[in-house]
Design a binder for this molecule. Sequence first.
Ligand SMILES: CC(C)[C@H](C(=O)O)[C@@H](O)C(=O)O
Ligand code: SF4
Length: 466
Amino acid sequence: MGQTLAHKIWERHVVHRAAGRPDLIYVDLHLLHEVSSPQAFAGLRAAGLTVRRPDLTIATEDHNVPTDDVDVIADPLSRTQLETLRANCAGSGIRIHSLKDPDQGIVHVMAPQLGLVQPGMAIVCGDSHTATLGAFGALAFGIGTSEVEHVLATQTLSSTPFRTMSVTIDGALGPGVTAKDVILAVIAEIGTGGGQGHVIEYRGEAIRALSMEGRMTVCNMSVEAGARAGMISPDETTFAYLKGRPHAPEGAVWDEALAYWKTLRTDDDAVFDKEVVIDAASLTPFATWGTNPAQGAPLHTRVPDPADLPDPAERDAAEKALAYMDLAPGTPLKDIRIDTVFLGSCTNGRIEDLRAAAALLRGRRVADHVRMLVVPGSVKIKLQAEQEGLDRVFTAAGAEWRHPGCSMCQGMNPDRLPAGHRSASTSNRNFEGRQGKGARTHLVSPPVAAATAVLGRLSAPSDLPA
Ligand SMILES: CC(C)[C@H](C(=O)O)[C@@H](O)C(=O)O
Ligand code: SF4
């Protein structure tokens, strides 16, 4: 029987296997940020150990960085986190891209830009959205702090193989339908537990047609369906993205790598543990109405009535969500008035996302009652956007143009949504309090975020007057 892509990569990384025990797998790239690494380094020191492969370990600063004035880290907790990471990296010879470094950015955004993420690799980081990097045909997943310590010490990880799941998006996406709408619809369909314990491989014509940016958006949110990882087998789009990047192989090594990368696909006769098929033509712009990423619906529909939900647990969750979100069943989603629009995060803070939003904001104004923050995912993206004049489009429209970081995605820095405020956000989580205590989040795509900013209520690009 054939093998799935995930299985192939896993098997290539097993360094020790014993009956009844988890596998020990080799890690090709270990990414670090300030939130999930301090205890791991402390544990390492307490055990008298050192970092085994500092050359395969790379750090960046993202969660705690300020995005208005990068010269002032006013919050003492954030400052301690960043200083601790810097000291740990310096003490272990680990390369770090600190605030103001030209390669600083959200870890899942800056690493692929550098060409560090390549097909067939096993990549880990103490961050759930490491799943993003599976877009390159790598096995990339988030690990806990004690596992970070284990990888620092040994460059290996102890784990049982993940179950496999395929999500196939057949056909072509309609106009105005983005990668974000695809993944929000997938999660609404399979639920927050639908991918539990699995690695999801995204397949089908609509996935093949996505750019690397779009593929990263899809893989990013695999964890919101409970999956450990998401992945897409590499193809010409992947190779073209990688070619010439600082860490991509060159010359004969490139040719050799390419020959291997081309073998990285699921065999035709491989069997997945679970399979889901969605018709791309059925997808339209999407938005969430609740407090988990599966509580979403097409933007042209209404807030559901919990009483209509057959499953008691789902009904209960929907009732609680609507109470927190202060929404009445049956309200058209497009009637929901928004105070803040956040364009950014590791889900949608890439250049294409900024371009898509800027295209709609050009010559238009953000509604008077709306605050819009535009936060590029990395310094490179910020500079590229500025070269293209996108920053001026945003500021002319009345939006704020900020420095890179996680920003309002999760409120571990000064960018927080005030209690009772409601956002349209291109990030990946709409949990209670995620963007700030008592704040309410609607997850949307960049074009929906831009249209919403202009009209002041949840809107699709097609709602904008010409
Ligand atoms: C802080 C970090 C460990 C966390 C994660 O794992 O995802 C964060 O990035 C998030 O998005 O909630
Ligand atoms: S942007 Fe948000 S989801 Fe992504 S790593 Fe930062 S906090 Fe996590």
